[in-house]
Design a protein around this ligand. Structure first.
Ligand SMILES: C[S@@+](CC[C@H](N)C(=O)[O-])C[C@H]1O[C@@H](n2cnc3c(N)ncnc32)[C@H](O)[C@@H]1O
Length: 227
């Protein structure tokens, strides 16, 4: 499916991708995001897997990098060439300040269609921590297909999502609101398999953010290989 999905994603009407409010929410949240989500054991463990499974100097995309902390910094500190992208200009600025050795671009994940930042096969690894959950479910398989095609054969993807049976659902979030999507874990495994990934490992963490308006959640981490 993946080769087809990349082309189909490329052909999706740009106007159909409704990003209203998503970047603005993260512009307002800024560095409060890191205060609200401390103790990222699951994310750090998943980042350590990605960093350690690839040879030093690998080119790694951090898709929806947020503040760059902890993941872009962790991957960069491990000696990899990190390219971070994020929809929110404020997040990109914070990431540049936090991780000066990596490069960051204000880009929508969907902007990587058509060869931006190197195109097909140009990354050895990708981290997508809690970023694809900000897309509607109808788009997630295309986004996964795109990430699949950006990876070289046998390239690795560290993916995290919050477990939940929701689609483009508005939730209060750190004094603003965002739209999120999720899957129950069996469905998530099926979606990544359909996009052409093999599941090498999986972890689930119960996570209670320190902020009162973000409910406790189950975080799913999948370690995936492009097949
Ligand atoms: C929940 S935060 C996670 C940030 C970071 N990956 C982390 O785990 O710390 C989601 C991030 O994805 C970004 N984002 C949302 N939709 C995006 C899109 N379509 N393309 C690129 N980034 C996006 C948001 O601006 C935000 O910084």
């Amino acid at each position: 499916m993946s080769a087809t999905s990349y082309d189909e994603y490329e052909g999706l009407n740009r106007l159909a991708l409704d990003r209203a409010g998503q970047a603005e929410a993260f512009d307002v949240i800024g560095e409060r995001y890191d205060d609200a989500f401390p103790h990222k054991e699951g994310q750090l463990a998943s980042g350590a897997w990605l960093a350690g499974a690839l040879p030093a100097g690998s080119r790694i995309l951090d898709a929806g990098c947020g503040t760059g902390v902890p993941s872009a910094r962790q991957l960069s500190d491990a000696g990899h060439r990190v390219v971070g992208i994020d929809l929110s200009p404020s997040m990109v600025k914070l990431a540049r300040d936090n991780v000066p050795d990596a490069e960051f671009h204000r880009l929508d994940i969907a902007d990587l269609r058509g060869g931006r930042l190197g195109g097909r096969g140009s990354f050895d690894g990708i981290a997508a921590f809690f970023s694809l959950l900000m897309l509607p479910r109808a788009e997630i398989p295309y986004a996964l297909g795109l990430l699949h095609d950006l990876l070289r054969p046998d390239g690795l993807l560290a993916l995290s999502m919050v477990e939940g049976d929701v689609d483009d659902f508005t939730i209060p979030f750190l004094g603003t609101s965002v739209r999120v999507s999720g899957y129950l874990r069996d469905d998530l495994r099926r979606v990544v398999g359909d996009a052409g990934f093999e599941v090498l490992g999986e972890d689930a963490y119960a996570y209670a953010p320190s902020s009162t308006d973000v409910p406790p959640e189950i975080q799913l981490f999948l370690h995936l290989r492009r097949v």
